[in-house]
Write a protein that binds this ligand. Structure first.
Ligand SMILES: Nc1ncnc2c1ncn2[C@@H]1O[C@H](COP(=O)(O)OP(=O)(O)OP(=O)(O)O)[C@@H](O)[C@H]1O
Ligand SMILES: [Mg+2]
Length: 504
């Protein structure tokens, strides 16, 4: 039994946890939910020895424990899968999985690599990671790295397994597999702490849920009989609204971007589509269906073998992200904000200003700091970024707030065409609504042309005006959605069924 009693933790300018008491029983999956910045990761880091509490105590099986480092937690069989991807890129899959106990494979000064690889393969299979264990991890996808981190936690036979948003980079299949694994661990008496913004997962796997808001524990409840709406109510202190974005007036005579017969060996064959000015075009499909890969070609980060990309009816020559941004005013908000897109050691304002340095530069070539701060402040307000101010270092923000900074950065760049890839993974429900509204406003008020890539069906149906359905690197269907002026109103069910037909 793990008990947290009256724990308080402050950082400069913020009380991240305020007198929090909660208990975790063996064989229980206990979800921890709350908005971005509510204190979830801080609580978890205290349980895992990464932070020490200012006040209060942690008890394990009735005895008070003091953890100074993560190693102390490991010794007590408390294991963390953190929100950030922590992996050694130049090492193999096996080394990364067995990282915490490589020393056990040392006999007479020699490391038994064969046994390491064998054992690692077992854990890789448990999490359904289909990569040879001798492969170097640097080039693997975010999902594969996430699975490696989970396999690593399993390899140390944790009695208390703590997972901070483990599914944010996973596909539906991988997620289902993970949830099944958690149920097995639970049956073995393991205590699982599970932080997630995906309440469907929480309802599917957890026995109990604890809700944090602004560092305070709002309550702990059994999941049985609880609805999603009730959890949201506890999280945000009001009922959730469903946003009706209305209709989008598109400048139908103007094509902002046209892709003509894009080919890339082994992947795309003759892919064409058109994005109109002021339109929000959805790219829907499962993770791995080619949506991000096509975006990479558009912005010059991946090579095409043939085909053309036209912007404002003119042929383009885009060989890099910089070309895309500065020559053609086309930006890309990366799906994978955990790994790239932000300088964690720099402030919010520096991160936001990176793409606008060209605009902010004064005649002498130095950056106008005041302008930088003003731009950052405006965006922080618009996106409700919770921070002490524009000077706060991005690395010290909560995960979801880091995500918002990464979106702010691209908004600041004032592109005409924006490709936004999975914008709401890891952000809370309130912020999700906000980001949807913001994308809508960019198109409807500022006439920006937007490609929205998402695997979240409600999101794409709510926000996109037209939806291209991707499967196996092909566009298999086009769905005219609500939002188009003059078009008949279509219900959610009708649109989602049509999308489903193309995917079948
Ligand atoms: N090392 C740190 N230095 C300064 N402030 C911090 C630090 N770690 C967390 N905070 C602040 O403490 C608060 C709680 O952050 P925490 O990371 O626990 O939130 P969270 O609930 O995990 O949010 P998210 O859903 O976005 O991951 C935030 O205001 C955050 O900025
Ligand atoms: Mg967090």
């Amino acid at each position: 039994m793990l008990q947290i009693r009256h724990v308080t933790k402050s950082f400069p300018g913020v009380r991240a946890l305020d007198d929090v008491s909660v208990e975790f029983a063996p064989g229980e999956v206990h979800a921890i939910v709350g908005e971005n910045g509510a204190g979830k990761s801080t609580l978890i880091k205290i349980i895992c020895g990464v932070y020490t509490p200012d006040d209060g105590e942690v008890l394990l099986n009735g005895a008070r424990i003091t953890l100074h480092t993560y190693k102390d937690a490991l010794d007590r069989k408390i294991n963390l899968v953190s929100q950030e991807i922590q992996i050694i890129p130049k090492s193999t899959v096996a080394e990364n999985i067995m990282l915490d106990k490589l020393d056990r494979y040392l006999t007479h000064g020699r490391i038994d690599w064969k046994r390491i690889n064998q054992d690692a393969a077992r854990y890789a299979t448990m999490v359904d990671l289909a990569v040879p264990v001798r492969q170097i991890v640097a080039t693997l996808s975010a999902a594969q790295k996430q699975l490696i981190m989970i396999a690593r936690a399993l390899s140390s036979d944790a009695r208390i397994l703590v997972m901070d948003e483990p599914t944010s980079a996973l596909t539906r299949h991988e997620t289902e597999n993970l949830l099944a694994l958690l149920r097995r661990l639970k049956a073995e008496g393991v205590t699982v702490l599970f932080v997630s913004h995906k309440l469907e997962e929480v309802l599917a796997v957890a026995d109990k849920v604890s809700v944090l808001r602004d560092g305070c524990l709002i309550g702990t409840r059994p999941i049985a009989g609880l609805t999603k709406a009730q959890i949201v109510q506890m999280m945000i202190g009001r009922d959730a609204r469903t946003l009706d974005l209305g209709r989008l007036k598109v400048d139908a005579g103007h094509v902002a971007l046209e892709a003509r017969s894009i080919c890339q060996a082994g992947r795309f064959h003759d892919v064409s589509f058109v994005l109109q000015r002021g339109e929000i075009l959805g790219f829907y499909g499962l993770v791995g269906s080619g949506r991000t890969e096509l975006a990479q070609i558009l912005i010059g980060e991946a090579r095409k073998d043939s085909g053309e990309v036209l912007i404002n009816d003119k042929p383009t020559h885009i060989h890099s992200m910089a070309d895309s941004l500065f020559k053609y005013r086309m930006g890309y908000v990366s799906e994978n904000r955990k790994e790239k897109g932000l300088i964690l050691s720099a402030s919010i304002k520096t991160n936001v200003a990176i793409t606008i340095w060209n605009r902010l530069r004064d005649r002498l070539g130095s950056i106008q700091l005041a302008a930088e701060t003003t731009a950052a402040r405006k965006l922080m307000h618009a996106l409700e970024i919770r921070a002490t101010g524009p000077s706060q270092v991005v690395g010290s923000l909560s995960g979801g707030n880091q995500q918002k900074v990464s979106i702010a950065k691209w908004l600041a760049a004032q592109c005409d065409i924006l490709i936004i890839d999975e914008p709401t993974i890891g952000v809370d429900i309130g912020a999700k609504e906000y980001i949807h509204q913001l994308i809508w406003n960019l198109a409807s008020r500022e006439g920006k042309s937007i490609i929205l890539i998402s695997s979240d069906m409600p999101e794409i149906i709510n926000v996109a005006r037209r939806i291209l359905v991707f499967k196996d690197f092909k566009i298999v269907g086009e769905v005219r959605n609500n939002g188009e002026e003059g078009a008949p109103v279509r219900g959610y069910e009708e649109v989602s069924q049509e999308i489903g037909q193309y995917l079948a």
